[in-house]
Design a protein around this ligand. Structure first.
Ligand code: MGP
Length: 241
């Protein structure tokens, strides 16, 4: 069966298992544009190309929210905020993959650096009003997991956000961070209001599920308030998932 035939919607429900092909998610990196390009010997006319380009644009997959990628470069001489650079904003599945595919994978970042993906209207810092009462769910990985697992969990975390996997709690999820550190790497999911315990715990459980984090890897939750005031000490673990 050709790709264009696969992409057609079949409204009959009496297909046998052999003929039914599960449609691939538009979040899949392998998914190609569903626009069928007819093969012919003569080059397309300008009119045909214009029509094709317009229909290609119409067939992008818009995201529920628009998201901004940020990078934190490790320069100890500079103020923390000055090390934070906004890379770009994505609002379609295609633009997400085009940015993701151009970025260095997290496991190859210089130690001390971070990537952030946050809703575009939220700055990835404690000081932003959407983060002030918030906190973070963290997955801590040891150094031996950097090569084998960091990139996979980071990608799954990104997809859980852009793919709107937190359903009715999505409005409480602000963004995520991957921090590459000599003491061990960390992937965090930032939420809006840690005092809302039910929502916070539900997000933590969902995070484990959608990022496929096995039970033997602990997920811990800390508030940003505690992070800000800990001054070298360890902050309080408020919840576990
Ligand atoms: P970090 O990068 O979140 O954790 O914060 P790391 O490197 O694992 O270190 P640790 O302290 O958790 O062991 C490192 C430092 O960066 C903090 O102590 C702050 O000084 C600064 N910092 C981090 N964040 C997320 C912020 C922020 O949102 N705002 C400001 N002003 N400083 C921050």
């Amino acid at each position: 069966m050709s790709t264009s035939e696969n992409n057609k919607l079949d409204t009959t429900d009496n297909q046998s298992d052999e003929t039914y092909t599960t449609p691939r998610s538009p979040l899949s990196p392998e998914e190609k544009s569903p626009v069928a390009i007819e093969q012919k010997d003569t080059p397309p006319t300008i009119n045909e190309m214009t029509t094709l380009m317009q229909s290609s644009n119409d067939l992008t997959f818009p995201l529920e929210d628009s998201w901004s990628f940020w990078f934190f470069k490790n320069d100890r001489q500079a103020d923390w905020k000055d090390n934070l650079v906004q890379i770009t904003t994505v609002s379609t599945v295609e633009s997400f993959w085009s940015v993701y595919n151009h970025l260095q994978v997290a496991s190859r970042l210089v130690q001390g650096c971070d990537y952030f993906l946050f809703k575009t209207h939220i700055q990835p810092m404690w000081e932003d009003r959407y983060n002030r009462s918030g906190g973070r769910w963290s997955l801590n990985l040891n150094k031996s997991q950097r090569v084998s697992e960091l990139d996979k969990y980071w990608l799954y975390t990104l997809l859980s956000l852009i793919g709107d996997q937190y359903t009715e709690d999505a409005q409480h999820v602000n963004g995520c961070v991957v921090s590459v550190r000599s003491k061990g790497d960390r992937i965090s999911l930032w939420t809006k209001d840690w005092r809302n315990a039910d929502v916070t715990k539900r997000i933590g459980n969902r995070f484990r599920e959608v990022a496929e984090i096995p039970r033997n890897l602990p997920l811990i939750f800390e508030s940003h308030e505690d992070q800000e005031s800990k001054r070298g000490a360890t902050s309080k673990i408020l919840f576990r998932a």
